[in-house]
Ligand binder design. Structure first.
Ligand code: DOR
Ligand code: ZN
Length: 344
């Protein structure tokens, strides 16, 4: 039986929500990953250190007994973020980054930043304190074609931010285009990117061919195949600029199977298995450990994990749904087989 043993991975981009959804999804992440960067786009968003610390407590309470999973907290950047809050974040052992959502770009981004230039004084503070800035890199201009929004953001806002703040550490989250990949490759070592399992495994045909499949709808939206191929090449390249970030984003099934469905793919139930499949298809399983377990920790300046996990090549069927009572979450690959299984 074929097995793959690697140092325990971390998830550098994760949505766990709160309350009942948190309790449903967190054990899925905690059984695989040592740590995860927790996204702050709750309703209302997590904008202060005090809010992040209480959210962290809620997450720790929701963990299975004996779990040593470590949630790495982030703050949601807004036009109203104060310089003092950035200083407090820099002094906290628990806050690892700020997240920039262009206002209206995605789920719960209304409180985001409408004018990126207006928050340059805040970016200067992040640069000064060496706190990473995590970016949802899409323009929000309604005139801009949804398939071009990432490329436009990279060419306009991101290029300017990097020129203005050359020492600011930036993670361009969930890259989806060959233009974003090339930009990150050519940028300094301060610039990195996360890649999701769905963008490695699928392109927009999965979303739109033969019927609209809402469980493949996420933002940035799946692109055409040549972009998928560029992402696979980047993830399996062994370049430390590219690392694992699932962007697992649970939504209740009825809010996705809807005339106006929510954006987000739920992948935490089988994240490392989905990545293993993508790397195996690219004949690059030997590159999985760097991408999943080393490069993110190195970028964030955190120690690499020391435990190991083992994946076995054995087929299992993903449940149609997770949750109980009112909570129903349809996972990526619901009801379909996966060929890798994490050993407990
Ligand atoms: O598809 C997405 N869902 N993209 C995001 O950027 C946010 C996420 C969510 O929070 O649901
Ligand atoms: Zn996200």
């Amino acid at each position: 039986m074929k097995t793959l043993t690697i140092i325990q991975p971390d998830d550098w981009h994760l949505h766990v929500r709160n309350q009942a959804v948190l309790k449903t999804v967190l054990p899925h992440t905690a059984r695989q990953f040592g740590r995860a960067i927790i996204m702050p786009n709750l309703k209302p968003p997590v904008t202060t250190v005090a809010q992040a610390l209480s959210y962290r407590e809620e997450i720790l309470q929701a963990l299975p007994p004996q779990s040593d999973f470590n949630p790495l907290m982030t703050l949601y950047l807004t036009a109203a973020t104060s310089i003092d809050e950035i200083k407090k974040a820099a002094e906290s052992d628990y806050i690892h980054a700020f997240k920039l959502y262009p206002a209206g770009a995605t789920t719960n981004s209304d409180a985001g930043v409408a004018n990126v230039k207006a928050i340059y004084p805040l970016l200067a503070k992040l640069e000064q304190h060496d706190i990473p800035l995590l970016i949802h890199g899409e323009v929000t201009d309604p005139q801009c074609d949804i398939f071009d929004r990432e490329r436009e953001f990279v060419e306009s806002s991101l290029t300017e931010i990097i020129q203005e703040f050359p020492n600011l550490r930036i993670v361009l989250e969930h890259v989806t285009t060959c233009e974003a990949v090339q930009f990150v490759q050519e940028a300094s070592h301060k610039i990195a990117a996360t890649i999701t399992p769905q963008h490695l495994l699928y392109n927009r045909n999965a979303l739109l061919a033969g019927g609209i499949r809402p469980h493949f709808y996420c933002l940035p939206i799946l692109k055409r195949e040549r972009h998928q191929l560029a992402l696979i090449a980047a993830a399996t390249s062994g370049q430390p600029k590219f690392f694992l970030g699932t962007d697992s984003a649970p939504h209740l099934t009825h809010t996705k199977e809807n005339a106006c469905g929510c954006a987000g793919c739920y992948s935490a139930h089988a994240a490392i298995e989905l990545y293993a499949e993508a790397f195996e298809q690219a004949d690059a399983l030997d590159k999985l450990e760097g991408f999943a377990s080393f490069f993110g920790a190195d970028f964030y300046g955190l120690p690499r994990n020391t435990k190991i996990i083992t994946l076995k090549r054995s087929t299992w069927t993903v449940p149609a749904s997770y949750g109980e009572g009112d909570i129903h979450i349809t996972p990526l690959r619901a009801g379909e087989p996966l060929n890798w299984k994490l050993q407990s």
